[in-house]
Design a protein around this ligand. Structure first.
Ligand code: HC0
Ligand code: SF4
Length: 580
């Protein structure tokens, strides 16, 4: 190992470590901006372009960027000398001199890293004036708002979009003072390969990339006494929203979330998890049909691709238009919930679907685009009216002055609130496939699983492959998260499917929905994602019923309304189609 001294403290680190690694290992905080470490992967973004992490190394004339300078034996480093401080101040001043002064009304205020740096470096006055600020039009689509006047060119979004997602919708454009991260030919995101996953939003340190704020529409609906407002909460939101109120990452606040939505004025609070169980019934049946055909030597489309993540759906629609027979036709749980609410439940309440307002609480920006798909509307009336990200819901709860942390636990309403352990794990990478396997195994084997957990599809490896033996047949499955991993599997399948895969789960966001683009900011911190993942598996473990096909409310729904999985009415309401 290599021994160095940082701020009078001795530290030994592995060769190849940077000064930043060494400092972090002993809890010394060096500010960073363009640097980004991701999700327990080896992936590091360290362009060393912002220079905010500069430190003083004894014997060297120039200050060194801590994120990109390797340690050397005997180095003596000062991380906060006055020389360092004035260099950092200069950088922050430069950035602020070309940044709008709307902190009072900026949605990012309070979570903005530039604001934080200004405070940390004690910048109170901007000496650099004379040059007018570069201004850009605010561009937005259904999911993402881009205000490039606020871009500080850290390029973290570009790294996410290109390296992690392999989407390449965003890149550095223009030079010098004018340079920002934008789209090719300044096109709207809708005219690029953007899938709406919001991973760019998740890592933007300032307010340049934000989710489209739809809280206003929900406030209006809640204030309208004629409207029946129905909420659904996605699996991954319950283990993350607590962070917005100062709770530890991985705190399960399911009950508080329900109560807070009731306090906001919801008429019904239901669970997307219920619809996740329903998805397993429909998608599982589809998988069983395709497997049976395959076993009988008939022609069928394999592997079946999961279709619940709209970032992934957008990705395969635009990148693999000639393989649209592979994805399951099952709508996502959000989509199924909307259909059940606006058909079955509206009929039950005897109200016009236009008098029902369905709000999804989602970890996801792409869900906003999904809800706007024509296939998820009836006569122009959407099954889901508005999608709010976890962050937006937290904002709403704060606006309503609700003391979230001290709320009592509430219960979901019946009948669309009951769910199993299989449903909640949808929120983590591997969970959809694990849930499907729990059901497919028992249906095909006609016996109880000896162990419900399928460990082989758990964990943070970018691509997980496993083989499960069902009725004497090896079923090969793969799980990818992060779209660059998805691209690898898709290229493989395109080139003859050498692993003979039968089912593939893809979630666009690293970690799955718990790492979604609409979740409380985690900036790639793997520990936060792990905590949310562990909490999710704990919720599953604590459930009495852990298999979708055993959900009594789902069984009742089929008996009362949908007849059986794959029935005509189920096809009409719970399935969809894909287009290029
Ligand atoms: Fe997910 Fe979902 S698990 S995509 O990540 O499948 O957004 O949480 O709601 O729809 O259930 C997101 C999360 C969901 C859906 C579910 C699936
Ligand atoms: Fe949305 Fe989840 Fe897909 Fe990310 S992984 S795009 S949060 S559905």
């Amino acid at each position: 190992s290599i021994n160095v001294v940082i701020d009078r403290k001795q530290v030994s680190v592995a060769p190849g470590s940077t000064i930043l690694d060494a400092a972090q290992s002993i809890g010394i905080d060096i500010p960073t901006l363009c640097y980004m470490r991701l999700h327990n992967t080896e992936y590091k973004c360290q362009p060393a372009s912002c220079r905010i992490c500069v430190v003083e190394v004894e014997g060297r004339r120039n200050l060194c960027p801590a994120c990109a300078t390797p340690v050397m034996e005997g180095m003596v480093i000062k991380t906060s000398s006055m020389r360092v401080l004035s260099a950092r101040r200069m950088i922050v001043e430069l950035m602020i001199s070309d940044h709008p002064n709307d902190c009072l009304t900026c949605t990012k205020s309070g979570a903005c890293e530039l604001q934080d740096l200004a405070r940390k470096t004690g910048v109170v006055d901007i000496h650099l004036s004379g040059k007018s600020q570069s201004e850009y039009e605010i561009r937005e689509n259904k999911a993402i708002v881009r205000d490039m006047s606020k871009c500080i060119m850290c390029r973290r979004c570009e790294q996410m979009c290109s390296d992690i997602q392999s989407v390449h919708a965003l890149s550095g454009v223009d030079r010098g003072f004018e340079s920002v991260v934008g789209t090719a030919f300044d096109e709207s995101l809708d005219n690029t390969m953007c899938v709406g996953c919001g991973q760019c939003v998740a890592v933007c340190p300032v307010g340049a990339l934000m989710e489209k704020d739809d809280t206003d529409q929900v406030i209006k609906a809640l204030a309208d006494t004629d409207m029946t407002v129905v909420f659904q909460t996605a699996p991954a939101t319950r283990v993350a929203i607590g962070e917005e109120f100062g709770l530890e990452p991985g705190t399960d606040v399911t009950g508080k979330l329900v109560t807070s939505l009731k306090d906001l004025g919801a008429d019904y609070v239901f669970d997307t998890d219920f619809a996740a169980d329903l998805t397993i019934m429909e998608e599982g049946t589809e998988l069983i049909d395709r497997l049976n055909k395959f076993l009988n030597g008939e022609k069928t489309a394999l592997p079946l691709l999961t279709s619940c993540c709209p970032g992934w759906v957008n990705f395969y629609e635009s990148n693999y238009p000639d393989m649209l027979d592979l994805p399951s036709t099952a709508k996502s749980p959000q989509g199924m919930f909307g259909a059940v609410a606006k058909n079955y439940f509206a009929e039950k309440l005897n109200i016009d679907r236009k008098k029902m307002f369905v709000v999804s609480v989602m970890p996801c920006t792409a869900k906003k685009i999904e809800a706007d798909r024509e296939e998820l509307k009836e006569d122009g009336n959407p099954d889901v009216d508005v999608v709010l990200t976890t962050r937006e819901v937290a904002r709403l709860i704060k606006l309503a002055n609700i003391d979230f942390v001290n709320l009592p636990d509430g219960d979901y309403d019946s009948p669309l609130g009951e769910s199993t352990g299989a449903a909640v794990i949808f929120g983590v990478t591997g969970g959809v496939l694990e849930a499907a396997l729990r059901t497919v195994y028992e249906v095909l084997e006609k016996k109880t699983l000896p162990r419900v957990e399928f460990e082989a599809v758990r964990g943070f490896d970018g691509l997980k492959v496993a083989t499960v033996t069902i009725v004497g047949q090896d079923i090969n499955v793969a799980v990818a998260h992060g779209l660059s991993n998805a691209r690898k599997v898709m290229e493989e399948i395109k080139n003859g499917n050498p692993r003979n895969l039968h089912a593939v789960e893809v979630m666009a966001c690293p970690g799955g929905c718990i790492g979604g683009g609409g979740q409380p900011y985690h900036y790639g911190d793997g520990d936060i994602l792990k905590a949310r993942t562990n909490a999710t598996y704990q919720i599953d473990e604590a459930k009495v019923i852990r298999k979708s096909h055993e959900n009594p409310a789902i069984k009742a729904l089929y008996e009362e309304y949908y007849e059986e999985p794959g029935s005509e009415i189920a096809h009409h309401q719970l399935h969809t189609r894909y287009t290029y």
